[in-house]
Design a protein around this ligand. Structure first.
Ligand SMILES: [Zn+2]
Length: 328
């Protein structure tokens, strides 16, 4: 990685973008463009989840965390080119006086384009299993909570290399999302907060951003998450309408969900980038909010569904390749 050259390049791109200043109103307008959309491969996305789980739990300061970081950097460098992959390393205070060594991992595709979008997920996994009946103090594997979003984004990276997207795309893998103890929001979203307060690119201004969290479980349902509807309703409605057209209406359900604190709230509030969260949760408050395996040791490979991965992957590729009008 030559981080310095990467930064110089992106700074240049951001400057060009600011000087062109495309109309704000066009940035969340979508229509069919008649472009070819690459085929999402759910087996490959599944494989990218499996590989992460091979490292064990990826909670901060663990061996699995270190190994997974190296794996993400190597994999993304293979697809984006080493010049366009960047590890934003930082530390944060953990519990019991621990210092956490954390890294946000960023990869840029179609880097010459000043007109960009952003896709993100958290790559860390939870250091405890608060919702389990046993071994609550042990870290979880996080197949869905962490692994699935990253798995889909790595599959996108593979496809972006094969068939470059019509717009610039930045993949950002946030660290330290799921570190906090229940009820202590100050120790959640460590990576997205650091990234938003110290953007690697001054004035970074993608058209929009999409966060993927718990997007690979069996029987998943994605209601329209509340903060996403508050900050970027046009984008939510476009994604859900594509899913409906593609036959994934049982996955992306036409119901309002609840407001969920996640990395997208940080990005919306600190940087004002319209960001939505595709996140599995139950629309009705009568049930428990999340999947039965959430924050337990059952969040392992056995609950991952290729059908769910396929629905999310195909919907988003249609958006990225075929619904965004690009002027040049
Ligand atoms: Zn979680």
């Amino acid at each position: 990685m030559t981080n310095f050259r990467f930064l110089l390049f992106i700074l240049g791109a951001a400057f060009i973008f600011l000087s062109c200043s495309e109309g704000e109103k066009d940035r969340l307008n979508f229509e069919e463009q008649g472009r070819e959309v690459p085929e999402f491969n759910a087996d490959s996305a599944y494989h990218f989840i499996e590989r992460q789980l091979d490292f064990g739990p990826r909670n901060p300061n663990s061996k699995g965390h270190q190994q997974a970081k190296r794996y993400f950097l190597n994999t993304l460098e293979q697809y984006a080119g080493a010049r366009y992959v960047y590890s934003q390393d930082f530390t944060a205070k953990g519990y019991n006086g621990d210092t956490l060594a954390l890294s946000n991992i960023i990869a840029s595709f179609n880097p010459q384009s000043s007109d960009r979008i952003m896709l993100c997920a958290h790559w860390d996994t939870r250091p405890r299993a608060d919702k389990d009946s046993a071994n609550q103090d042990k870290p979880i594997l996080g197949a869905d909570d962490g692994g699935s979003g990253v798995g889909i984004l790595l599959e996108f990276a593979r496809l972006f290399e094969e068939q470059p997207p019509p717009i610039g795309v930045d993949i950002v893998l946030f660290d330290g999302e799921d570190y906090g103890k229940e009820g202590d929001l100050s120790k959640y979203f460590l990576g997205s907060r650091h990234w938003a307060k110290n953007p690697p690119v001054e004035g970074y201004s993608p058209r929009f951003s999409i966060l993927l969290d718990m997007v690979g479980g069996q029987n998943a349902q994605f209601p329209k998450e509340g903060y996403s509807m508050q900050f970027a309703p046009a984008l939510v409605n476009e994604v859900w309408s594509i899913a409906d057209e593609e036959g994934f209406d049982e996955l992306f359900i036409q119901q309002m969900g609840s407001k969920i604190s996640d990395d997208h709230v940080v990005i919306n509030r600190i940087l004002g980038i319209p960001t939505i969260d595709i996140i599995r949760h139950n629309p009705s408050s009568n049930n428990s909010q999340f999947a039965p395996y959430w924050h337990t040791h059952n969040d392992n490979l056995s609950i991952i569904s290729k059908k769910t991965l396929d629905g999310v992957g195909k919907t988003l590729l249609e958006l990225i390749y075929n619904r965004i009008s690009v002027s040049d």
